[in-house]
Design a protein around this ligand. Structure first.
Ligand code: TRP
Ligand code: SF4
Length: 353
């Protein structure tokens, strides 16, 4: 098995393994990753160590969650023939690089990261005053730099982490990068995030319980749509509505074709259609998207080893790429395994000066 060649630009991205994915993950990341596979050498990582930074107290589902993520990835069209699909915790070199980075990363940089401050304030049911949680972006920097990734496709909330990665790369190069720089600075590729509301109109998120999952069967999708909130101004069937302020309207903008969108716009504003009909069309679009994914997923569910084998093979490729970088890192820091004779000065027995 070969280390992926560097003739194409490299992409690395990952998702914390928190279980089955929803359509927000698809439009916010996966869809884009699937497209990138032909243009770049892609590395896609199940970030199970990152999941541990918050869910450290109970690890009973962590492996199952990783498996679910991989099934959803394969279902969505990530292709192990094109991309390296792997799991973070089985490439231990990430931890080694994380340790080395932790030596050179000033605490102030970490305390200033916006996601750190936000999560410390918002997540009250877990003690996030841990060393690992503060170091979350240092681990992420190791994830990215260990593959010498050129691009990191992420959502808005992760841009600060990529920025920190660049600063760590710069600082490493400044200390140890002479004559040849070990790391180049990766670039965030911001995935334009269309507004994707959940069934209650708030942002779709597992913690709000308002998701539509990639694995939801057709009747579930239809049922969830039925109870989805709409333009509050449209109380009666005869009241005109406005798709621009309606969560169902937002779904149409993302998933429906032009003709349907035109029917929604016209029909809603003129009270020519009812919300039930309109929601049915949104459900049609979702079912059309999810159906082929669920078909593909079935193949892997019938043979669950297959997905794990794919992950193992990808992880082996990742380990090789990571270990190449670590050789450069150790050499740059003057810590390679090779024997070097002591300098004449230091080998002298200490004598009184
Ligand atoms: N922090 C990312 C998230 O929460 C997941 C992640 C871990 C990641 N390591 C990464 C993303 C490296 C991009 C690159 O979504
Ligand atoms: Fe929303 Fe459609 Fe009802 Fe208009 S018709 S309010 S877009 S659900």
């Amino acid at each position: 098995m070969t280390v992926p060649s560097k003739s194409r630009k490299r992409v690395l991205s990952g998702i914390r393994s928190t279980g089955k994915l929803h359509i927000g993950h698809y439009v916010g990341a996966l869809q884009n990753w699937v497209r990138m596979q032909d243009e770049y050498q892609c590395f896609f990582m199940v970030a199970d160590w990152h999941a541990l930074t918050t869910d450290y107290a109970d690890t009973s589902r962590i492996k199952e969650n990783s498996q679910q993520v991989v099934l959803d990835w394969l279902a969505a069209g990530l292709d192990p023939e094109k991309s390296v699909i792997f799991i973070q915790s089985h490439v231990p070199a990430h931890a080694e690089l994380h340790l080395l980075f932790s030596m050179i990363t000033p605490l102030g940089w970490l305390e200033r990261v916006p996601t750190y401050k936000e999560q410390r304030e918002n997540i009250k049911d877990k003690d996030l005053g841990t060393y690992g949680f503060l170091g979350y972006p240092v681990l992420q920097a190791a994830d990215i730099l260990i593959y010498k990734a050129d691009f990191v496709p992420v959502g808005e909330d992760q841009v600060a982490h990529v920025e920190l990665t660049r600063e760590i790369a710069r600082r490493f190069n400044r200390f140890y990068g002479s004559p040849k720089e070990v790391f180049s600075e990766p670039q965030a590729l911001l995935t334009p995030a269309a507004k994707l509301p959940g069934t209650d109109g708030r942002k779709m998120s597992k913690s709000y319980g308002n998701t539509i999952m990639l694995t939801d069967p057709e009747p579930v999708v239809r049922q969830k749509l039925k109870t989805m909130v709409t333009d509050p101004a449209r109380v009666r069937r005869s009241d005109p509505g406005n798709p621009d302020v309606c969560p169902v309207g937002d779904l149409h903008k993302i998933f429906s074709d032009k003709e349907t969108m035109a029917k929604v716009n016209e029909g809603c504003r003129s009270a020519g259609i009812g919300c039930i009909e309109c929601k049915g069309w949104a459900a049609d679009a979702l079912v059309k998207l999810l159906n082929p994914m669920q078909q593909r997923r079935k193949k892997f569910e019938e043979n669950p080893r297959l997905a794990w084998d794919i992950l193992e093979a990808g992880t082996e490729r990742a380990r090789r790429a990571a270990s190449n970088t670590m050789k450069d890192v150790r050499a740059a820091m003057g810590m390679s395994l090779e024997y070097e004779p002591l300098t004449a000065e230091s080998s002298k027995l200490s004598t009184s000066k």
